[in-house]
Design a protein around this ligand. Structure first.
Ligand code: PLP
Length: 355
């Protein structure tokens, strides 16, 4: 606390990102990064862009990247907004669309950055409890709101909602923005981008951080009706005109155009995820059906915090989230086969020793 802080800054409860340890010998399964990294074509594009032109500002509207994203979905660049990670895109969306006096709605168990943005922008919110199976029940969102935010697949559960349910929400709340955060969609859920041309109240947010293995480049984007995109641009141009630098624009565009790399990496992650889920089940874990690049699991009789601590002693880090409905669960990022095998061996050892 400092006397120089404004009352708003004093009141904030900032998001706490998963740890990024300096030690290189750790098996890092705590922040849902890709074990495979960026497309070699993206790395080459970044190398090419690292030249004397860095003295010039980048394209403030990232047109080449937006065109590449729009083309894939049969939309125009006016339907696409890009930002410095999807976290920045989400922040701008919260500021642009969710201040209508009523509470913003999102599930009680979801990405824990959402309430943080509400704190930053002074937005009232209500959390809607997931059902006993930790699933979203769209009927429960039928109450007055300023907007609805759903991660699909949800994080940290990994459970996906079908497009039918998303359409139900969009039709039930035509005067409110329904934001679908698709950070993990490529790993097995159906994208709502196909609904954008029919629902002017739909905003879909995606990222290059997970399936495209570029969390370090910080690129995210939103797809929606041009009027929504214009709202985001108004916020962006009142905050930072150049959110994506030259290297990020070049790398992200080349990555987006390399569908083959994306498919190869996603297929490997999905195969490892299925192996990991069934092996955890055999060790006595209850594992939710994941459509993401992580699994959410709790042991039938072992405490999650102690399991995470015992794994850490063996140089493996997973995410344990405190909270009434999450503290008995571990969120484990799907790494390579070798990393997941090491995790399973460590868990067998921990469970056998009872430590
Ligand atoms: C559901 C969800 N949305 C958004 C993000 C932010 O991703 P980024 O800012 O790296 O694009 C994350 C990161 O973990 C996430 O889990």
């Amino acid at each position: 606390m400092s006397r120089f802080w404004s009352p708003l800054v004093q009141s904030l409860t900032p998001y706490v990102p998963g740890e990024q340890p300096k030690l290189s010998n750790l098996i890092k399964l705590n922040t849902n990064e890709s074990p495979y990294g960026p497309s070699p074509k993206a790395l080459e594009a970044i190398r090419q862009a690292a030249d004397d032109t860095l003295r010039l500002y980048p394209d403030p509207v990232s047109l080449g990247l937006r065109q590449a994203i729009a083309k894939r979905s049969g939309l125009t660049p006016d339907h696409v907004f890009v930002g410095n990670g999807s976290d920045e895109v989400l922040a701008h969306a919260f500021q642009a669309f969710f201040n209508h006096g009523e509470p913003l709605l999102f599930p009680d168990v979801t990405y824990s950055f959402y309430p943080v943005y509400c704190g930053l922008y002074g937005l009232p919110f209500e959390t809607v409890p997931l059902d006993e199976g930790l699933r979203v029940r769209v009927e429960d969102f039928n109450r007055p709101n300023s907007g609805i935010v759903l991660a699909n697949p949800n994080a940290p559960t990994g459970i996906a909602l079908g497009l039918g349910d998303i359409e139900t929400l969009l039709s039930a709340h035509p005067d409110r923005v329904v934001l679908i955060d698709e950070a993990y969609v490529d790993f097995g859920a159906e994208s709502a981008v196909s609904l954008v041309s029919r629902y002017p109240n739909l905003l879909v947010v995606q990222t290059f951080s997970k399936s495209r293995g570029m969390a370090g480049l910080r690129v995210g984007f939103a797809i929606g009706d041009p009027a929504l995109i214009e709202g985001l641009v108004r916020v962006k141009d009142s905050f930072n005109s150049y959110p994506l630098d030259r290297l990020a624009q070049a790398g992200a565009q080349a990555a987006y155009e390399d569908e083959e790399w994306l498919t190869t990496c996603v297929n490997k992650v999905v195969a490892t995820r299925d192996m990991l889920s069934s092996a955890l089940g055999a060790l006595g874990f209850d594992v939710l059906p994941s459509c993401a690049n992580f699994v959410y699991a709790r042991h039938i009789d072992r405490d999650a915090a102690s399991l995470a601590a015992a794994l850490r002693e063996r140089a493996i880090i997973v995410r344990h989230l405190k909270g009434p409905r999450t503290s008995s669960w571990l969120r484990i990022t799907v790494g390579t086969d070798a990393q997941c095998t090491s995790l399973l061996d460590a868990l067998k050892d921990i469970l056998r020793r009872n430590d």
